[in-house]
Design a protein. Structure first.
Length: 94
């Protein structure tokens, strides 16, 4: 999500229109141009939520610790154990 993505998110709906927002925000963990801080994404997501809505976002522990969660209650933590590397080796068991 870039700054422009935040603007698009704001146009996605109206205040209180969503039960849940699922996001994969930039993590600021690479030198890639798209991986930049967009601190306002959570505030924009909050405006879209109904009163009892929730936000689920995918991030690393480092990203989570840098995210300002003041005023939010962490209700669940889902852990996806992903090993480094995108390839997999296939070996015959015979």
């Amino acid at each position: 999500m870039s700054g422009a993505g935040v603007e698009e998110l704001g146009r996605f709906g109206y205040e209180g229109c969503a039960d849940v927002v699922i996001a994969d925000p930039p993590r600021r963990e690479t030198a890639l141009s798209w991986d930049q801080s967009v601190p306002e994404w959570l505030a924009v997501a909050q405006t879209l939520l109904r009163r009892a809505g929730s936000v689920w976002f995918l991030c690393s522990l480092r990203c989570l610790l840098r995210t300002d969660l003041a005023g939010w209650r962490i209700g669940e933590e889902v852990v996806w154990e992903k090993h480094n590397g995108s390839g997999s080796s296939r070996r015959s068991l015979n």
